[in-house]
Design a protein around this ligand. Structure first.
Ligand code: AMP
Length: 283
């Protein structure tokens, strides 16, 4: 399997594919790969001739230095997992200066309000960091398709917006959330949970499912209060936010409209580990 740390060498390796008109798929990740990531890779392999998986822990999207420092890293294991899927995958794992140049800073984007709610509200500068790194990865790989998980649903919508405002000719493919048996959304951060936290964190998805049931008959305000109450009575997790939003604009639901799609979003802490999840409320 080819592993590149340098943009130029990656570009050289991809040039034959491009000349041949092959479809190149990109799966951006921060490593510590799990089944959720591997699902995206398998989806990419189904519809692309050449798949590039980037592994890069992006410093500009972390507002908390401790979170960045503690983010799990295991390149060797990641490469093995990818190798088991296909020797043909290309891994791109640059260091920060290789990708950014000398200045490791975020560009500022106008995401039309998508970035000021939920994750954006609670993690200052996060989506400028995400937009910057994804734009740099798109420049390095020039993929025809790029695969992102609905696990980070707000990020997925922001990447769609990024390609629109920056005129980047890439198809963005959203993939469903892969879960542990308990229902807990798979995440690299789950590795930091102890056994009890991991078991108790399944409460997040349980609550989202109940939200979906309530959504049929109850108002958004009622459901908000109900969720907050559930978390108050649950000592293992601390709720950071719960929101029901329009699935496209991510605007908070005030009044349900016929034909619109809505999603429920939760961010909660298990100790100092931040977990997020979301669920479609109507189809
Ligand atoms: P990350 O390494 O956390 O930045 O994630 C890389 C990509 O994998 C993002 O597009 C995530 O949304 C996606 N991803 C992470 N966890 C899951 C999951 N449980 N199910 C589906 N996609 C996921």
């Amino acid at each position: 399997m080819q592993v590149f740390k340098e943009k130029e060498l990656l570009k050289q390796s991809l040039s034959n594919n491009k000349l041949a008109g092959n479809t190149i798929g990109l799966v951006p990740t921060m490593g510590a790969l799990h089944e959720g990531h591997l699902y995206l890779v398998k989806e990419a392999l189904k519809s692309c001739d050449q798949v590039v998986v980037s592994i890069f822990v992006n410093p500009t999207q972390f507002d908390n230095p401790e979170d960045l420092e503690k983010y799990p890293r295991n390149l060797e294991k990641d490469i093995n997992l990818l190798q088991n899927i296909s020797e043909e995958i290309i891994v791109f794992t640059p260091n920060a200066n290789e990708l950014y140049g000398d200045l490791i800073i975020s560009e500022h984007f106008d995401f039309d309000g998508l970035d000021i709610v939920m994750e954006g509200k609670h993690r200052t500068g996060h989506f400028d960091g995400v937009g910057t790194v994804v734009k740099l990865l798109f420049e390095a790989v020039e993929p025809n398709k790029a695969f992102f998980g609905e696990k980070d649903y707000q990020q997925l919508q922001i990447i769609r917006k990024l390609t629109e405002i920056e005129n980047i000719p890439v198809e963005i493919v959203g993939c469903p959330i892969l879960r542990e048996e308990s229902g807990l959304a798979r995440s690299s951060r789950n590795e930091r949970l102890n056994d009890l936290q991991r078991e108790k964190a399944a409460f997040i998805f349980e609550t989202l499912k109940e939200t979906k049931t309530l959504f049929g008959t109850k108002s958004a305000n009622y459901i908000n209060d109900w969720v907050e109450q559930q978390f108050r009575n649950y000592p293992f997790l601390e709720l950071e936010y719960f929101e029901i939003s329009d699935a496209k604009t991510l605007k908070k639901l005030t009044e349900k409209r016929e034909g619109e799609h809505y999603r429920a979003f939760i961010a909660a802490y298990a100790g100092d580990i931040r977990l997020i999840d979301n669920l479609a409320l109507n189809n």
